[in-house]
Design a protein around this ligand. Structure first.
Ligand code: ASP
Ligand code: MG
Length: 414
């Protein structure tokens, strides 16, 4: 059994769906195909949640209309029996006529999860119409989670049982990335934005799959984001460890949670181009050699927060546990940290939903200083020449080196 994952960009239009069907037919006769919502549908559904909760009816109607039109166009071009899609859309509209109930995050998951339901219903219907033996599977019945809405934690035992009981080998299974469900009562959950890669790993783990392939619009894993660098190099082989480090520090090519389940069962992960399906791409697995060239990861819109205890006490265990507690509670992820005797600095994403509350809370115990508009540059397998190169025209605020990785916090020199 092979597991394939197709992201939103690969199925953003009818041509993308046809391409997916061709790749799966050629390369994945026995496969589970995990698919994301089409194009930018998840963002559109997030706006629908906002409009619904804020009771902005005009916005809601407009957003719903464009969601419908977008999918209708694709269905019309493809052809097939799309009854299931119509039912899903009708169900969404009924839900949205009710008064919002439950927490924001719970409502979010009930609505945003439908992007994946719709995309897979369209793809399965199209494939069946083409005579391809496809079978639609509801990932909500298979990926079982706790009730942490928007960041559901997988119940591996229940998920393993559900998946092995339901996946068949005589059809191509088409299922949703990103979504799951709690046990009694059943409430839909999501696994966190960009979580479809993780879903592919969950299926692969539970099925002892032969491999996972993530089909992308890039040729594989590159040593830098082509958005920032002209001469990027394709990494043909990558160890699980290197892949996890790169993903953790912000390489967006793979969701960071994807690697662990695969590493645990030694299942290789291929990253290949859906535009050139015969090119080999990158394989991530167990190799005895690590990368030989530096890899770069850029995170922009970073904030450096420095904390100094009001009473000049040391930054010690009791302070640290209080600080970490606040970050964890508000779900603010620390990208880098550094401490001295009487100060503690962290770099985080500039998240306008969460940071103001966090800063407010920290100010109760600490003098807080704050620097925004920064870049966090991580270089794995660095050397001085690459450090100098990335810091041209930049002012360095903080640097942290370990044996293989350097992290630089910098801002544009003006
Ligand atoms: N559709 C979801 C998102 O855009 C999940 C995914 O694409 O992996 O975040
Ligand atoms: Mg997506």
């Amino acid at each position: 059994m092979k597991v394939f994952k197709f992201g939103g960009a690969s199925v953003k239009d009818a041509a993308g769906v046809r391409n997916l069907a061709a790749i799966v037919q050629n390369q994945g006769k026995q496969s589970v195909v995990v698919v994301s919502a089409m194009g930018k549908t998840t963002n559109a559904l997030e706006r629908i949640v906002r409009a619904y909760v804020d009771r902005q009816n005009n916005d809601l109607v407009a957003e719903l209309q464009s969601l419908r039109t977008y999918h209708d166009d694709i269905m019309q071009t493809l052809g097939g029996d799309f009854t299931a899609v119509r039912q899903t859309l009708a169900g969404l509209e009924t839900y949205l006529t009710q008064t919002p109930a439950g927490s924001y995050d719970e409502i979010y998951d009930q609505i945003v999860s439908l992007g994946e339901v719709i995309s897979t219903q369209i793809i399965a219907a199209y494939m069946i119409q083409q005579g391809i033996p496809a079978r639609w599977a509801d990932a909500r019945r298979l990926v079982r989670t706790d009730a942490t809405f928007r960041e559901g934690r997988v119940d591996w035992d229940a998920t393993g049982k559900a998946i092995s009981a339901s996946i068949v080998t005589d059809a191509i299974t088409i299922t949703q990335g990103f979504i799951g469900q709690t046990g009694s009562p059943d409430r839909t959950t999501t696994l966190g934005r960009e979580g479809s890669d993780y879903t592919a790993a969950i299926f692969a783990y539970c099925l002892d799959a032969e491999s996972v392939t993530i089909w992308k619009d890039v040729p594989g894993v590159l040593n830098a984001d082509p958005k920032w660098f002209d001469d990027t190099v394709l990494l043909e082989k990558l160890t699980y460890q290197d892949a996890i480090e790169l993903a953790y520090y912000g390489a967006t090519v793979i969701h960071p949670k994807t690697i662990k389940p695969l590493q645990n069962k030694n299942i290789p992960l291929y990253v290949r181009s859906f535009l050139q399906p015969n090119a080999p791409g990158t394989v991530i697995g167990t190799f005895d050699k690590h990368l030989s060239i530096p890899s770069f990861i850029f995170k922009i819109n970073q904030v450096l927060i420095s904390l100094h205890p009001n009473d000049f006490s040391f930054i010690a265990e009791d302070n640290l546990s209080r600080i970490f507690g606040r970050f964890a509670q508000l779900g603010v992820k620390i990208n880098l940290m550094q401490n001295t005797a009487i100060s503690f600095s962290v770099v985080v994403d500039n998240n306008p939903d969460r940071l103001p509350t966090l800063l407010e809370q920290l100010k109760q115990d600490f003098r807080v200083s704050y620097n925004d508009g920064l870049e966090l540059i991580t270089i794995r397998y660095y050397d001085q020449a690459t450090i100098d190169r990335v810091l041209v025209h930049k002012k360095l605020l903080l640097e942290q080196k370990s044996r293989y990785t350097v992290q630089l916090v910098a801002k544009d020199a003006v």
